[in-house]
Design a protein around this ligand. Structure first.
Ligand code: PMP
Length: 286
């Protein structure tokens, strides 16, 4: 099926959509993105993603080209046009097309490029992997130092994902100075003696929208949360491990670098958090 995608205010067939070869997103990965999940035709955590989008743009001095209402309208139009029940909406905003290539930023009045497209994933919330858990490997974190900005420069996470696949795993946890930063496209957690442990917020990791929600729900459910980094060895000795992201929600991790976590099955904390997250976020889905 040919999707309808959004490009700079227009809704066009995907094979008719174009962006300039001089677009800074293409030439320099000079752009940011967001991924919002759709469940039952509704947007999950939409406001949180908009807040982070504006922060990412602001950190890079890219002018936010649209009002929140316009982003929401475009998300909803794409859901309707493409008949999305469950899936994701990808939104990318780049510094735009200055008409030539130069390292210096173009004048501030250069119009940013806005592209949005859908991915249909029927049954997204019932992913079979949530019942069995992921295997992860560890790799050195070789990304740049501003991982809190959600840029489209995803080559290293992509390489790490390929290495995970080549080694028969589902994902990679990245490690810097001996401590886990995050997964290729998710935040990483362990559970020890009932305490949920996840790296504190800084420039070292993306400030996950799902992370924020899950930690809030965990606190509301009287679960103990410790925001600090941990090593792979500590994770391998943990009772449970899991990751969170907008599209995987809460995904258990049952193996780390070949070592079984806990008894190798999905732990009660991860299972419960997944349940709470899906239940609670559906209440605020729009
Ligand atoms: N870390 C990284 C590196 C990511 O790419 C993502 C997914 N966007 C996350 C964490 C999770 O963030 P969120 O919960 O907002 O999807």
């Amino acid at each position: 099926m040919t999707r309808t995608v959004y490009v700079n205010g227009d809704y066009v067939a995907e094979d008719q959509a174009t962006v300039s070869v001089f677009d800074r997103g293409f030439l320099m990965a000079d752009g940011v993105y967001e991924v919002v999940s759709v469940l039952g035709g509704k947007l999950i955590d939409f406001d949180g993603h908009m807040v982070r989008l504006k922060r990412s743009l602001s950190e890079l001095a890219i002018t936010n080209p649209l009002e929140d209402a316009a982003y929401l309208d475009a998300h909803r139009k794409l859901i309707a046009e493409n008949g999305i029940t469950d899936g994701m909406i990808y939104l990318q905003v780049t510094r735009g097309n200055p008409g030539d290539r130069d390292f210096a930023y173009p004048p501030a009045d250069t119009v940013p490029t806005v592209v949005m497209f859908t991915q249909s994933k029927p049954g997204l919330a019932d992913a079979p992997a949530a019942k069995t858990g992921w295997k992860v490997i560890s790799v050195e974190d070789l990304r740049w130092g501003r991982r809190d900005i959600k840029t489209v420069q995803l080559l290293y996470p992509s390489m790490a994902k390929m290495e995970a696949k080549a080694r028969g795993a589902d994902d990679a946890w990245m490690v810097e100075d001996g401590r886990v930063t995050e997964g290729t496209s998710n935040n990483a957690y362990i559970v020890k003696n009932g305490t949920i442990i996840t790296r504190e917020l800084s420039h070292d990791i993306l400030h996950g929208i799902t992370r924020a929600a899950v930690l809030r729900f965990a606190a509301e459910a009287q679960m103990k949360v410790e925001e600090r980094s941990f090593t792979i060895a500590e994770a391998q000795e943990a009772d449970e491990a899991f990751v969170t992201s907008a599209s995987a929600f809460v995904m258990p991790v049952v193996q780390i670098d070949g070592a079984t976590v806990g008894d190798g099955s999905v732990g009660p904390v991860a299972a419960r958090l997944r349940e709470i997250y899906l239940e609670e976020t559906m209440k605020t889905a729009i």
